[in-house]
Design a protein around this ligand. Structure first.
Ligand SMILES: Cc1cc2nc3c(=O)[nH]c(=O)nc-3n(C[C@H](O)[C@H](O)[C@H](O)COP(=O)(O)O)c2cc1C
Length: 214
């Protein structure tokens, strides 16, 4: 059982979403024994922005790639290999400007690749990743709960649901720590609730999932 844990906050020391990723990994590791965990902190070590060479390379057949084009795909190939090897993927996602942090957007630019993670067929696009559980742990200053006046401003969950589904990751559970900027008490409660939710989700991972590694 392989867990891939991605953190994407640049605020590495004080990040709530990265703290929740840590909580997920610790809870998961305690339950699954020897399961492998790959950690990737793209907030601390951001992916390079994709550039013109990369944009050409992803549409060039492998046997026709120039040396520069091959080099431009190295990081992308590694991220995609991590995704392919994972059974469970946890993503820490700070809300920035109603959406995601720039490292997470850049990571998405690296992993959404025709022929690698999606293809176009007769019935339109098809995701090529499958059989993976994804947990997205968000941290938000405001409260975007359903029914609240800010709900319509949430471009984070809808976007992530869509783009992850586009590459075949359609089993996605969100845990939100929100209202973090609404006072100390609200902040503590939000973090504590998110931690409890994470513990429930980890405990509910199927016995088959964890017994392989146990
Ligand atoms: C650049 C930036 C943009 C932000 N934009 C939003 C926003 O649009 N909505 C919101 O509710 N909070 C926003 N916040 C607050 C963050 O969501 C909040 O601080 C959260 O804890 C960030 O996650 P992190 O602690 O994992 O870094 C923003 C914070 C920063 C630094």
């Amino acid at each position: 059982m392989n867990l891939l844990a991605i953190s994407s906050s640049q605020s590495t020391q004080s990040s709530v979403s990265s703290g929740l990723v840590n909580h997920f990994v610790e809870t998961y590791s305690a339950l699954s024994g020897s399961g492998t965990v790959v950690r990737n902190d793209i907030g601390e070590t951001p992916p390079p922005h994709v550039d013109g060479v990369f944009n050409q390379a992803i549409f060039t057949p492998a046997d026709q790639l120039s040396t520069d084009q091959k080099q431009s795909l190295v990081q992308s190939d590694q991220y995609i290999a991590e995704l392919q090897a994972a059974d469970v993927i946890v993503i820490g996602a700070p809300m920035h400007n109603f959406s995601i942090s720039s490292p997470l957007k850049t990571w998405i630019d690296h992993v959404v690749r025709a022929g690698q993670t999606f293809s176009y067929g007769e019935n339109g696009p098809q995701g090529l990743l499958s059989d993976k559980k994804v947990f997205v742990l968000t941290a938000r200053g405001g409260d975007y709960s359903e029914g609240g006046f800010m709900h319509a401003m949430d471009h984070q969950e809808p976007y992530l649901r869509f783009v992850l589904g586009f590459i075949g990751l359609d089993d996605v559970t969100f845990v939100h720590a929100q209202g973090l900027a609404m006072g100390d008490e609200a902040r503590e409660q939000a973090i504590s609730k998110a931690q409890t939710d994470i513990e429930s989700h980890v405990a509910a991972l199927s016995p088959e999932s964890t017994s392989v590694a146990a």
